[in-house]
Design a protein around this ligand. Structure first.
Ligand SMILES: NC(=O)c1ccc[n+]([C@@H]2O[C@H](COP(=O)([O-])OP(=O)(O)OC[C@H]3O[C@@H](n4cnc5c(N)ncnc54)[C@H](O)[C@@H]3O)[C@@H](O)[C@H]2O)c1
Length: 196
């Protein structure tokens, strides 16, 4: 059974995804990691404190558990990114590049990295938006997702890294709390369009 590493496993997506992966692949095969936690929702199983900006720490965990698949979820989301644009850019880019470089060097089987509809900007086609419509985002989070998508495509083209990504809209769950995207604001204003 291929071993799986989840970064940002204590966040909104990570906590439910980790629990689901542990259910289907077995707890011992899914290593959860984050800079805080663990949280109860992820269930029993291996847990490692990993700051994804620390490449050698990431590498040592990948080596120790013989990781084959990485779900890279650690990030700063849209609203919080606007509060600290330098940190958001470094975390969202360096974290992804560390994972992609390790995937290439260690010939990992697969990487999953979620993108977002935040890649779109005011000039994006509003109806039946094609995937390759204009992506001119107005937030640092959106810029980091556009750049991240391009890095993923580059690593696939140039080095054959199997990396897969979908652009998610604002995801709503009933178990885990949102981690700082614009949809948090929609609780207060009906006019706010969820866009993470
Ligand atoms: N939630 C959504 O609606 C949504 C929509 C589109 C895309 N996404 C993407 O999905 C991924 C996960 O989103 P989420 O909603 O779970 O976010 P979240 O903010 O709830 O969770 C992110 C997790 O990353 C962790 N983290 C922060 N800095 C870290 C670091 N330096 N090293 C390791 N971990 C760190 C945080 O502690 C947190 O647990 C992100 O890439 C996000 O852009 C989410």
């Amino acid at each position: 059974m291929t071993k799986i590493l989840v970064t940002g496993a204590c966040g909104q997506l990570g906590s439910e995804l980790t629990a689901a992966l542990r259910n289907s692949h077995g707890s011992d095969n899914v290593v959860a990691s984050d800079i805080h936690g663990p949280v109860a929702l992820i269930g029993e199983g291996p847990y490692e404190h990993i700051d994804v900006m620390d490449k050698s720490r990431l590498e040592s965990v990948i080596d120790r558990y013989q990781i084959g698949i990485v779900y890279h979820l650690a990030a700063i989301l849209s609203a919080n990114s606007e509060k600290n644009i330098d940190l958001a850019w470094r975390l969202n880019m360096d974290g992804l590049l560390n994972v992609l470089n390790l995937a290439r060097d260690k010939k990992l089987e697969r990487v999953f990295w979620p993108s977002s509809i935040a890649v779109f900007g005011p000039d994006t086609q509003k109806k039946r938006t094609p995937g390759n419509s204009a992506t001119n985002p107005t937030t640092v989070y959106g810029i980091s997702k556009v750049a991240g998508e391009q890095w993923c495509a580059y690593f696939h083209r140039k080095f054959g890294v199997d990396v897969r990504s979908l652009r998610y809209p604002g995801l709503i769950g009933y178990k885990s709390l949102p981690g700082g995207g614009t949809k948090n604001l929609s609780v207060f204003s009906k006019k706010t369009v969820p866009c993470r």
